[in-house]
Design a protein around this ligand. Structure first.
Ligand code: FES
Ligand code: FES
Length: 155
């Protein structure tokens, strides 16, 4: 089937098998490999993107379900003016080590801050519980989200 998705502001229209997952469409058809695949079973959150502004795990969405909709991937966060505030905060707070989980963490953070602009540390942990990190122990990720929200980061 033909699928047309607005990805980071540009239309990507491709002929793909009906069962194509959104994550594969983004990586293989749109050429945007910042969206990672950690599990393929809805467990890790590495594939998190925004679908019409809502965070989704793109390994659980068919490309066909996103037909005619807007998707934002990590490649769509920065602009010509520089990094997105969430990207700046992850960098400033050392919210990553290997970086594999980071695109999904940042998209989940963007979604969280749209719904809850000043989350508590507990709310951050609850919101990101579907995103796994094997490296950081989460402390600096929580710091990064707090920083991105404009709140003081307790040391
Ligand atoms: Fe989608 Fe792990 S690859 S949740
Ligand atoms: Fe390595 Fe999170 S920084 S998995």
């Amino acid at each position: 089937m033909r699928v047309s998705i607005e990805v980071n502001g540009a239309t990507v229209a491709e002929e793909v098998p009906d069962r194509t997952l959104l994550v594969h469409y983004l990586r293989d058809n749109a050429g945007l490999t910042g969206t990672n695949i950690g599990c393929d079973t809805t467990s890790c959150g590495a594939c998190t993107v925004l679908l019409d502004g809502e965070s989704v795990k793109s390994c659980t969405v068919l490309a066909a379900q996103a037909d005619g909709h807007e998707v934002t991937t990590v490649e769509g966060l920065a602009t010509d003016e520089g990094l997105h505030p969430v990207q700046r905060a992850f960098r400033a707070q050392h919210g990553l080590q290997c970086g594999f989980c980071t695109p999904g963490m940042m998209l989940a953070t963007v979604s969280l801050l749209q719904e809850n602009p000043k989350p508590s540390r507990g709310e951050v942990r609850a919101a990101l519980e579907g995103n796994l990190c094997r490296c950081t122990g989460y402390h600096n990720i929580v710091n990064a989200v707090i920083d991105a929200s404009g709140q003081e980061v307790a040391q």
